[in-house]
Ligand binder design. Structure first.
Ligand SMILES: NC(=O)c1ccc[n+]([C@@H]2O[C@H](COP(=O)([O-])OP(=O)(O)OC[C@H]3O[C@@H](n4cnc5c(N)ncnc54)[C@H](OP(=O)(O)O)[C@@H]3O)[C@@H](O)[C@H]2O)c1
Length: 321
């Protein structure tokens, strides 16, 4: 029998327009009633997410991932966790897989681990966590083992050195764990333009499988060195801060969408920002963070259909100047 909480979650997903066929098939309940006409539901997610290849293995992953900084940093309260469970279920239902977290995002690993266990979705996910703020091999190893416990898993897909701290020791540990099968890939991350010169040096030195960096229509520094270097070295590229931590969304709140948005199948600014990021050929995956299922569906829709051509990229940059 479906629990009340599961039913509420399912109803919320349906209200957000997420395709629910597999969930409904498992449920003993009737499908939830159509929401009132006044609360117009957003367009449902449909289609197939574009995938891109991880150069070091040839494995393909969907281009829309998700972050957990801020959004998943909540307590044990069911009222806070319910919407996040919906966010996760919408993501998996659409075919999303890569989720980025870190042991230093307060409760995010615990919340994510609990929700993955509750939704039984571990097998569909590509989990990326980090060695974060630690010094020395022992501290790093202890933190990684804690991450596995908190995420309720025995391995992750990607282990990244966070913000280039103690990089030589921590990337060596990540490599050691890769050899043991505890992570499939290694990575290095940063999130600001002023970290990119050092990131480039460390990329040349350590040749990780992945790098993670900031990129948006108003922060294009990665185009200069990081993207060409990643292409040359064969690193997959994960993009954080595509919305500048939400500031870009606020900036365009009262602006109409450009008329050409419909040519790329976009009906929100968020989709245009994500399509901008994905239209750079060096980019493998983008990880917008959200606590709301309707935003999750919006973000996922950016990973289908056309991306931006050179003229549309310039028009978007100009619209934000
Ligand atoms: N050094 C590092 O390694 C590093 C640094 C920074 C970030 N990261 C990773 O990158 C992820 C993303 O970066 P970020 O969290 O800084 O910010 P972001 O993805 O640029 O922006 C998140 C903000 O955008 C809002 N949002 C999301 N989707 C939306 C939509 N469709 N429409 C309107 N608003 C929307 C969210 O609010 P709602 O909750 O209301 O949707 C939230 O306030 C992080 O969660 C983390 O996993 C890594």
């Amino acid at each position: 029998m479906t629990s009340r909480r599961e039913f509420i979650s399912t109803a919320t997903l349906a209200a957000a327009g997420v395709a629910l066929a597999p969930l409904a098939a498992c449920s003993q309940e009737r499908p939830p009633a159509t929401p009132a006409a006044s609360a117009a539901p957003p367009k449902p997610f449909s289609g197939t997410l574009i995938t891109r290849t991880i150069p070091s293995s040839g494995e393909k992953i969907p281009v829309i991932g998700m972050g957990t900084s801020g959004s998943f940093e909540v307590g044990a309260d069911a009222g806070e966790r319910g919407p996040l469970r919906d966010v996760l279920q919408a993501f998996v239902a659409a075919g999303g897989s890569l989720i980025d977290t870190a042991p230093t995002y307060s409760t995010a690993e615990d919340v994510l681990g609990d929700l993955i266990a509750q939704t039984n979705t571990r097998g569909k996910l590509f989990l990326a966590t980090k060695l974060s703020g630690v010094t020395g091999r022992d501290e790093g190893l202890k933190q990684f083992n804690d991450s596995l416990r908190r995420l309720r898993t025995d391995k992750v897909e990607l282990l990244q050195v966070h913000n280039l701290r103690d990089t030589t020791t921590q990337i060596a540990l990540a490599r050691e764990l890769k050899q043991q099968g505890k992570t499939k890939y290694t990575g290095l991350t940063h999130y600001r333009e002023d970290g990119q010169a050092q990131l480039a040096d460390e990329m040349r030195k350590h040749k990780p499988d992945f790098i993670q960096i900031n990129y948006s229509p108003v922060s294009r520094g990665a185009e200069q060195t990081i993207f060409p270097l990643a292409q040359e070295l064969g690193c997959a590229v994960m993009i954080n801060r595509a919305f500048e931590d939400g500031r870009l969304i606020t900036q365009v709140r009262d602006k109409p969408l450009p008329p050409w948005a419909k040519d790329v199948g976009a009906d929100s600014w968020a989709q245009l920002f994500l399509k901008f990021v994905l239209s750079h050929p060096a980019v493998t995956v983008v990880i917008p963070a959200t606590s709301k299922v309707k935003h999750q569906v919006d973000n996922l829709r950016a990973g289908t259909g056309a991306l931006l051509d050179a003229k549309q990229r310039q028009a978007l940059i100009a619209a934000l100047a």
